[in-house]
Design a protein around this ligand. Structure first.
Ligand code: SF4
Ligand code: SF4
Length: 84
């Protein structure tokens, strides 16, 4: 499942560079996550790197983008291929 950033975001930029799949972008007024690129950090870390650095705890699960671990791993593999 992709993550979503809710409107508590203070646009501090702490999360963007931590995302291993470059899924987070600066938005106006809050940052946004591309659901096609968020793997919940499956393949890179045990836990979402963005959640670990966010000072206001504004990440929530995106219920419109529910995926299994197998699907997240597939997405991760596709993103790796793109980057080659
Ligand atoms: Fe990026 Fe991982 Fe956060 Fe998804 S959970 S936005 S892949 S840092
Ligand atoms: Fe927004 Fe949290 Fe990312 Fe900062 S770390 S830009 S508050 S989502």
């Amino acid at each position: 499942m992709s993550l979503l950033i809710n409107d508590e975001c203070i646009a501090c930029d702490a999360c963007r560079e931590e995302c291993p799949t470059v899924a987070i972008e600066e938005g106006d007024p809050i940052y946004v996550i591309d659901p096609d690129r968020c793997t919940e950090c499956v393949g890179d870390y045990d836990e979402p790197a963005c959640i670990a650095v966010c000072p206001v705890d504004c990440f929530v699960l995106d219920k419109d983008n529910v995926e299994t671990i197998a699907e997240l791993k597939f997405k991760y593999a596709q993103i790796q291929k793109e980057e080659r």
